[in-house]
Ligand binder design. Sequence first.
Ligand code: SF4
Ligand code: SF4
Length: 367
Amino acid sequence: MSEEVYRQLRETMAKRGPQMRVLDIPEFYEMARVLFTPEEAEISNAMPPGTFTPNVIAQETGRSEKEVTEILEAMADKGLCSSVVKRDGTRIYFGPPLLPGIFEYQFVRGTKTDRDRRIARVIHNYKEAVQAAGASLSPITQPPSFRTIPVDRKIEAETAVQTYEQVLAYIAQADPISVATCYCRHEALLLDEKDVCGMPMEVCFQFDRTAENVIERRMGRRVTKEEAADIMRQAEEAGLVHLGVNIQKLDFICNCCPCHCVALKTVLSHPKPAQAILCRYRPSFDPDLCVADEICIDRCPAKALTLGEERVPEVDLERCIGCGVCASGCLEGAITLVERDGVLVPPADRRALGEAIMESLAQRGSS
Ligand code: SF4
Ligand code: SF4
């Protein structure tokens, strides 16, 4: 039963989302056995899409509701599923994909236990094996799986900025808000204490129900709106990129560095990164204000900028991912973000994004 349940688990994870490739290789099963007990794998395989209550799993598996609830609670503590209490008092659960989801939950607490190190090792081994097999970890899809959220205060004043493009609008609307340790940078630290890039660590934000789960399971801490805005600004000043899933209603925003973030590294390794992520903006330079100190060129995570003949930066639009890190670092205020041609609108939610990606894959397969 044990081998079969992990084989099914691979299929379950592959169906949950396109953001992380789920290959049938020994390293997947090594990782799965460290993360999930056979009972937890069985419960995972019985989870329906969307939210559910324990009785659904009890019916599917023939286990008692009490036993299923106990296993689900242990899984939620381990970050193998998420859970919140609805207003009417009903506790509901959700089975997340490997990424974004289970992988992040393993490291956002920022702890350094033996189990943390073991998990970091098996996840790392799996990622290495995927790449050794010639596959990219996070496949580039159309529409893209991720989007940048621009540094909103740098968007040109005349532009009508959508709410879903404003970091501060998420902070204003969300309740509660939690902040946790960056999964990517902490995973690197668990593997090698010297692998640090000096970027702030506690900068991973969750909103609303996702934040409730993170706070309840002590994976992160609740922050006020003022503190959240402060941390976001510190992340911008440090040169981190606001990144989220390519949907309008985000339940998390990561602040990513190009050296450790799986999603950002994958996008930037594409020959034309702008095609691999949804980015709606590009920088515009005011030659009267620019003093050609090249700060923006050094800060750009996509290496999209060069100093032009006129001693004003020029942008390679095929590389620019519209993050605004150049603009937030310019001491002269010489950079604003302007809309690119062709307005790109993210899908409404994860289901719409998944359907759009599946449709595009089917069309590619039939063409
Ligand atoms: S950081 Fe500002 S002043 Fe410096 S080169 Fe870039 S646009 Fe010019
Ligand atoms: S030029 Fe570089 S830093 Fe500026 S928005 Fe584009 S990718 Fe970001």
